[in-house]
Design a protein around this ligand. Structure first.
Ligand code: IMP
Ligand code: MG
Length: 179
Protein backbone atom coordinates (compact mmCIF):
# COMPACT_ATOMS: atom_id res chain seq x y z
CA UNK A 1 0.00 0.00 0.00
CA UNK A 2 1.11 3.58 -0.76
CA UNK A 3 1.10 6.12 2.04
CA UNK A 4 1.10 9.91 2.06
CA UNK A 5 1.63 12.55 4.72
CA UNK A 6 -1.64 13.68 6.30
CA UNK A 7 -2.65 15.95 9.18
CA UNK A 8 -0.34 17.36 11.83
CA UNK A 9 -0.49 15.47 15.11
CA UNK A 10 2.02 17.51 17.14
CA UNK A 11 3.09 21.01 16.16
CA UNK A 12 6.68 22.22 16.27
CA UNK A 13 5.71 24.62 19.10
CA UNK A 14 4.17 21.89 21.24
CA UNK A 15 7.19 19.65 20.70
CA UNK A 16 9.57 22.49 21.64
CA UNK A 17 7.85 23.19 24.94
CA UNK A 18 7.58 19.51 25.91
CA UNK A 19 11.25 18.92 25.05
CA UNK A 20 12.17 21.83 27.34
CA UNK A 21 10.19 20.25 30.21
CA UNK A 22 11.90 16.89 29.72
CA UNK A 23 15.28 18.64 29.61
CA UNK A 24 14.51 20.24 32.98
CA UNK A 25 13.50 16.89 34.48
CA UNK A 26 16.70 15.28 33.29
CA UNK A 27 18.70 18.26 34.58
CA UNK A 28 17.19 17.93 38.06
CA UNK A 29 18.07 14.25 38.14
CA UNK A 30 21.66 14.48 36.88
CA UNK A 31 22.80 17.97 37.96
CA UNK A 32 26.59 17.90 38.56
CA UNK A 33 26.85 14.25 37.53
CA UNK A 34 28.36 12.54 34.50
CA UNK A 35 25.76 11.21 32.06
CA UNK A 36 26.23 9.12 28.93
CA UNK A 37 23.43 9.79 26.49
CA UNK A 38 22.96 6.97 23.98
CA UNK A 39 20.89 8.05 21.01
CA UNK A 40 19.32 5.45 18.76
CA UNK A 41 19.97 6.20 15.11
CA UNK A 42 18.53 7.46 12.98
CA UNK A 43 15.11 8.57 14.19
CA UNK A 44 16.21 10.09 17.50
CA UNK A 45 18.71 12.61 16.13
CA UNK A 46 16.36 15.58 15.80
CA UNK A 47 14.91 15.03 19.27
CA UNK A 48 18.42 14.48 20.66
CA UNK A 49 19.79 17.72 19.29
CA UNK A 50 16.94 19.75 20.78
CA UNK A 51 16.89 17.81 24.05
CA UNK A 52 20.58 18.04 24.99
CA UNK A 53 20.50 21.81 24.62
CA UNK A 54 17.74 21.87 27.27
CA UNK A 55 19.89 19.92 29.72
CA UNK A 56 21.75 22.00 32.33
CA UNK A 57 25.43 22.57 31.45
CA UNK A 58 26.41 21.29 34.93
CA UNK A 59 25.48 17.80 33.71
CA UNK A 60 28.74 16.28 32.42
CA UNK A 61 27.12 14.91 29.32
CA UNK A 62 28.74 12.71 26.72
CA UNK A 63 27.16 11.23 23.62
CA UNK A 64 27.29 7.85 22.00
CA UNK A 65 25.18 6.25 19.29
CA UNK A 66 23.71 2.90 18.39
CA UNK A 67 21.72 1.68 15.45
CA UNK A 68 19.39 -1.32 15.54
CA UNK A 69 17.45 -2.79 12.66
CA UNK A 70 13.82 -1.71 12.45
CA UNK A 71 11.08 -2.17 9.93
CA UNK A 72 12.94 -1.62 6.69
CA UNK A 73 10.57 0.04 4.28
CA UNK A 74 7.41 -1.32 5.79
CA UNK A 75 5.18 -0.08 8.61
CA UNK A 76 4.90 -3.56 10.13
CA UNK A 77 7.41 -4.86 12.68
CA UNK A 78 9.11 -7.98 11.32
CA UNK A 79 10.21 -9.01 14.83
CA UNK A 80 13.78 -9.27 13.53
CA UNK A 81 16.08 -7.03 15.60
CA UNK A 82 19.82 -6.69 15.05
CA UNK A 83 22.52 -4.35 16.35
CA UNK A 84 23.84 -2.63 13.23
CA UNK A 85 26.08 -0.10 14.96
CA UNK A 86 27.52 -0.49 18.44
CA UNK A 87 28.80 1.96 21.07
CA UNK A 88 32.22 3.59 20.67
CA UNK A 89 32.85 3.91 24.41
CA UNK A 90 32.52 1.68 27.46
CA UNK A 91 29.55 2.29 29.78
CA UNK A 92 30.81 0.19 32.70
CA UNK A 93 29.93 2.17 35.86
CA UNK A 94 28.35 5.02 33.88
CA UNK A 95 24.95 6.66 34.31
CA UNK A 96 23.25 5.97 30.99
CA UNK A 97 20.22 7.57 29.35
CA UNK A 98 18.83 5.99 26.18
CA UNK A 99 17.19 8.50 23.85
CA UNK A 100 14.68 6.97 21.41
CA UNK A 101 12.25 8.50 18.96
CA UNK A 102 9.26 6.21 19.47
CA UNK A 103 8.31 3.08 21.39
CA UNK A 104 5.93 0.92 19.43
CA UNK A 105 5.89 -2.83 20.17
CA UNK A 106 8.76 -2.30 22.62
CA UNK A 107 10.70 -5.18 21.05
CA UNK A 108 13.72 -3.11 19.91
CA UNK A 109 14.06 -1.24 23.16
CA UNK A 110 13.62 -4.32 25.30
CA UNK A 111 16.39 -6.08 23.44
CA UNK A 112 18.60 -3.02 23.61
CA UNK A 113 18.05 -2.59 27.32
CA UNK A 114 19.10 -6.19 28.04
CA UNK A 115 22.17 -5.70 25.89
CA UNK A 116 23.23 -2.50 27.67
CA UNK A 117 22.56 -3.87 31.16
CA UNK A 118 25.08 -6.65 30.44
CA UNK A 119 27.71 -3.92 30.21
CA UNK A 120 27.15 -2.99 33.89
CA UNK A 121 26.19 0.68 33.80
CA UNK A 122 25.73 2.37 37.21
CA UNK A 123 22.18 3.23 36.12
CA UNK A 124 20.07 3.05 32.99
CA UNK A 125 17.12 5.29 32.15
CA UNK A 126 15.02 5.58 29.03
CA UNK A 127 13.69 8.71 27.36
CA UNK A 128 11.32 8.42 24.40
CA UNK A 129 9.71 11.28 22.52
CA UNK A 130 6.65 9.25 21.52
CA UNK A 131 4.86 6.32 23.12
CA UNK A 132 2.42 4.27 21.03
CA UNK A 133 1.12 2.41 24.07
CA UNK A 134 -1.68 0.42 22.39
CA UNK A 135 0.86 -1.42 20.25
CA UNK A 136 3.04 -2.71 23.09
CA UNK A 137 3.97 -6.41 22.90
CA UNK A 138 6.64 -6.44 25.62
CA UNK A 139 6.51 -4.18 28.65
CA UNK A 140 9.24 -1.55 29.00
CA UNK A 141 9.50 1.03 31.78
CA UNK A 142 9.97 4.50 30.35
CA UNK A 143 11.46 7.18 32.60
CA UNK A 144 10.71 10.21 30.40
CA UNK A 145 8.03 10.34 27.70
CA UNK A 146 7.23 13.28 25.46
CA UNK A 147 3.78 12.30 24.23
CA UNK A 148 1.49 9.29 24.19
CA UNK A 149 0.10 8.94 20.68
CA UNK A 150 -2.63 6.79 19.08
CA UNK A 151 -1.88 3.75 16.92
CA UNK A 152 -1.08 5.69 13.75
CA UNK A 153 2.11 5.65 11.70
CA UNK A 154 3.79 9.04 12.13
CA UNK A 155 6.60 10.93 10.41
CA UNK A 156 8.56 14.15 10.88
CA UNK A 157 10.88 15.57 13.55
CA UNK A 158 13.36 12.77 12.77
CA UNK A 159 10.86 9.97 12.14
CA UNK A 160 10.69 8.51 8.66
CA UNK A 161 8.65 6.45 6.27
CA UNK A 162 11.15 4.65 4.00
CA UNK A 163 13.78 7.28 4.95
CA UNK A 164 11.55 10.19 3.91
CA UNK A 165 10.00 13.03 5.90
CA UNK A 166 12.59 13.19 8.70
CA UNK A 167 13.05 16.90 7.98
CA UNK A 168 9.43 17.91 8.67
CA UNK A 169 9.48 20.28 11.70
CA UNK A 170 6.20 18.88 13.10
CA UNK A 171 4.91 15.31 13.56
CA UNK A 172 2.30 14.18 11.05
CA UNK A 173 0.25 11.01 10.57
CA UNK A 174 0.47 8.98 7.36
CA UNK A 175 -2.60 7.75 5.53
CA UNK A 176 -3.04 5.23 2.71
CA UNK A 177 -3.35 6.81 -0.72
CA UNK A 178 -6.81 6.16 -2.16
CA UNK A 179 -6.69 4.69 -5.63
P1 IMP B 1 9.43 -1.23 18.35
O1 IMP B 1 10.49 -2.26 18.52
O2 IMP B 1 8.22 -1.82 17.70
O3 IMP B 1 9.09 -0.49 19.61
O4 IMP B 1 9.98 -0.26 17.25
C1 IMP B 1 10.40 1.02 17.48
C2 IMP B 1 11.04 1.55 16.21
O5 IMP B 1 10.17 1.39 15.09
C3 IMP B 1 11.25 3.04 16.34
O6 IMP B 1 12.53 3.33 16.84
C4 IMP B 1 11.06 3.52 14.90
O7 IMP B 1 12.27 3.43 14.21
C5 IMP B 1 10.09 2.54 14.29
N1 IMP B 1 8.70 3.05 14.32
C6 IMP B 1 7.67 2.57 15.03
N2 IMP B 1 6.54 3.28 14.84
C7 IMP B 1 6.87 4.25 13.96
C8 IMP B 1 6.11 5.33 13.37
O8 IMP B 1 4.92 5.56 13.61
N3 IMP B 1 6.82 6.13 12.51
C9 IMP B 1 8.13 5.96 12.23
N4 IMP B 1 8.87 4.96 12.78
C10 IMP B 1 8.25 4.12 13.63
MG1 MG C 1 14.22 4.25 15.67
Amino acid sequence: MEYEVAEELLSAEIITSRVAEIGQEISRKYRGKPLTVIAILRGAVVFLSDLIRQIDPSVKLSLDFMRVSSYGNSTVNSGEIKILQDLDNTINGAHVLIVEDIIDTGLSLNRLKEYLLQKNPASLEICALLDKKERRIVQVDLDYVGFEIPDRFVVGYGLDYAERWRNLPAIHVMRPVES
